[in-house]
Ligand binder design. Structure first.
Ligand SMILES: C[S@@+](CC[C@H](N)C(=O)[O-])C[C@H]1O[C@@H](n2cnc3c(N)ncnc32)[C@H](O)[C@@H]1O
Length: 274
């Protein structure tokens, strides 16, 4: 039954972008409001290093439990110097990414933006550091002046937006000339041509593109038991099966789609021209 409802919901989201955006806003609001666990800091599928390809991020022991989720950020920023820069994350969720980027990459200013007021409230309570801010706002109407940031980061959030074209134009607006846009999310294979057409039309230049589906699947495998345990402990009973889907545990629809190549996880590094 859950599978049928989720498939129907996904179809509605695909065909009606306004419904997708509103329903996700409602969902993230509800999650921030009802599940206040301070130690739940990330909401992404994670990134595991494949053997022999790259080294895991060097982290303090206290951050190790969030390693896989943080590595989805770290693989994006690994080749960009963030020290002393002004960095914006759009769709910052529960703030773990913005806060760990601030801690490990030391930008001068790190701003997390999210349209869920409840998530922003949690972030303001749980992540306090000099130069780290969280602000409520919409990815499709970014509330900052033109050319305010050196780097914009966007992790597993854009699939919720009603217009990728509007979002890309907003990113381009707030980036300084020569600034970087670091972007990662999942898409169905048939959606990728359109995504890349929009990126090209935005004028942002793609510097690197990677398909990281195997890294994400490996992370979901490694994190499976922890995810199951957390859901059973913290999620109200009537929502548990929907949460298994949301969390991408083994046998969830998204896990099976990633495994079958019916969903791909991509990452891009882009630059705004000087
Ligand atoms: C799957 S979560 C990822 C959160 C975070 N990036 C992470 O990796 O933990 C997606 C986030 O995007 C936010 N989001 C979705 N649509 C948005 C929009 N139009 N404007 C701002 N934030 C949005 C949601 O509220 C949610 O916090």
């Amino acid at each position: 039954m859950t599978t049928i409802l989720i498939t129907l919901y996904n179809k509605l989201c695909y065909w009606i972008p306004g419904f997708r955006k509103l329903s996700r806003k409602w969902m993230y609001q509800a999650m921030g409001h009802y599940i206040k666990q301070d130690d739940w800091k990330f909401m992404n599928y994670g990134y595991a290093c494949l053997i022999g390809s790259e080294n895991p991020a060097a982290l303090d022991q206290m951050d190790d439990e969030n390693r896989l989720s943080y590595q989805l950020y770290n693989h994006l920023v690994a080749e960009i110097e963030l020290a002393d820069k002004h960095v914006l994350e759009v769709g910052s969720g529960r703030g773990g990414g913005a806060s760990m980027i601030k801690k490990y990459h030391k930008p001068k200013k790190m701003v997390g933006l999210d349209f869920s007021r409840a998530a922003i409230k949690l972030c303001k309570r749980n992540h306090v550091a000099d130069g780290l801010e969280f602000i409520e706002g919409d990815a499709e109407n970014i509330p900052f002046d033109a050319e305010s940031f050196d780097v914009v980061i966007n992790v597993e959030s854009s699939h919720c937006y009603s217009s990728m074209k509007t979002f890309l134009n907003e990113v381009k607006k707030v980036l300084k000339p020569g600034g970087h846009f670091l972007f990662t999310d999942f898409r169905k294979p048939y959606e990728i041509d359109e995504l890349e057409r929009l990126i090209f039309a935005s004028g942002l230049e793609v510097i690197t593109k990677r398909e990281i589906t195997l890294n994400v699947l490996k992370a979901l495998d490694e994190d499976h038991d922890r995810r199951m345990q957390t859901i059973v402990q913290h999620v109200p009973k009537p929502f548990i099966s929907q949460f298994y889907e949301f969390a991408g545990v083994r046998d969830s629809i998204i896990y099976r789609q990633l495994e079958a190549g019916e969903m791909l996880y991509l990452s891009y590094s882009m630059r705004k021209a000087f």
